[in-house]
Ligand binder design. Structure first.
Ligand code: AVI
Length: 319
């Protein structure tokens, strides 16, 4: 049941067509599967576990920066905005902002309906003064939200460096659409992972407990369980490495030996050590991200980082 405390909008986005996209991705060269398919129930649990890993500095570093920057943020933004969180998930990070920022309204935007409803309901009960909305849409495709224009002081919040999972051209397109949605005087508060010593990056995506490996391999378990397929996840190994030329972490699944896999009525040959590309996670310098934001119609108003400059939280304003 949907609580009456929440205004809910459902665009019934679906999560994409696993069968079609996996078959197309494996028919390509190099073979690839889009990272959006990581996040079934098990994948989301594994991602939450990744965020707690000692090697995965991103979540705790971003939360530390948010705690430290909120007073400054209030100076820039003032009270009574509509705070729109993109990919709101558990709506955990926004809690670090609410008491001090005092938005009048909050809108969680996420593709996963169950998660969106439970987390926005919890917010509505924990912050009774807040007018809470939830929009179930795939924001990487559309930002068309009914009644959105009735709010005139809008601030978007896009934490977690999820922007890094888009190739730069797609990242610019997404930011451009966010800029259009925010219209004049709109702000975007965004988490951006920074370039750093590649050893730190390589350990963050190759944790000792093997959780990231399990997260990557879960994609194959999902294909085996949800599609008609003989794919064997044990016949693959996780690999992740920083590619300095492209400024990104790449994650792949490596075929342990030559094999043929069947998915529905398609079969695919893989050579020994042939890779299936599953994710990119781009890292930026503050300047590089400023250029990307400028190409999308934003300027960097303020950038906060941790002392080691591992991660940044950036306040962008539409120009
Ligand atoms: C969601 N995203 C920002 C994560 C990242 O770091 O690119 C996904 C992830 N992949 C492996 N570990 C975490």
């Amino acid at each position: 049941m949907i609580s009456s405390a929440i205004q809910f909008y459902d665009a019934h986005p679906g999560t994409g067509d696993l069968k079609r996209e996996v078959i197309t991705g494996l028919a390509g060269t190099p073979k690839a599967i889009p990272p959006k398919f990581f996040y079934d129930r098990r994948g989301s649990e594994l991602f939450d576990a990744i965020c707690e890993l000692p090697e995965y500095y991103q979540t705790r570093t971003e939360m530390g920066i948010l705690r430290n920057c909120v007073a400054d943020l209030v100076e820039h933004i003032g009270p009574d905005c509509l705070l729109v969180e993109l990919g709101s998930g558990a709506s955990k990070k926004v809690r670090l902002l609410l008491e001090e920022l005092r938005p009048s309204s909050y809108m969680g935007v996420d593709i996963s309906k169950e998660f969106l409803l439970s987390s926005t309901e919890m917010l509505a009960s924990d912050y009774p003064w807040l007018d809470v909305h939830a929009a179930c849409i795939d924001f990487s495709r559309t930002l068309d939200i009914p009644h959105f224009d009735t709010f005139d002081h809008k601030v978007a919040f896009f934490p977690g460096s999820s922007i890094g999972n888009f190739d730069p051209d797609d990242a610019i397109n997404l930011l451009r659409r966010i800029a259009q949605m925010m219209d004049m005087n709109g702000h975007l508060l965004i988490g951006v992972d920074l370039k750093k010593d590649s050893n730190i990056l390589n350990s963050a995506y190759n944790d000792a407990a093997g959780v990231t490996a399990e997260f990557n391999l879960n994609l194959l378990t999902r294909i085996r369980d949800e599609l008609d397929s003989d794919i064997d996840p044990d016949a693959f190994k996780h690999t992740a490495f920083y590619n300095p030329g492209r400024g990104r972490i790449e994650m792949h699944l490596v075929s342990a030996h030559p094999q043929r896999i069947r998915i529905e009525d398609h079969s695919f040959e893989l050579g020994a050590s042939e890779m299936i590309h599953t994710e990119n996670s781009y890292k930026y310098t503050v300047e590089e991200f400023g250029e990307l934001a400028a190409a999308a119609g934003f300027h960097q108003k303020q950038v906060w980082t941790d002392d080691a400059r591992l991660f940044s939280v950036q306040l962008l304003k539409t120009v």
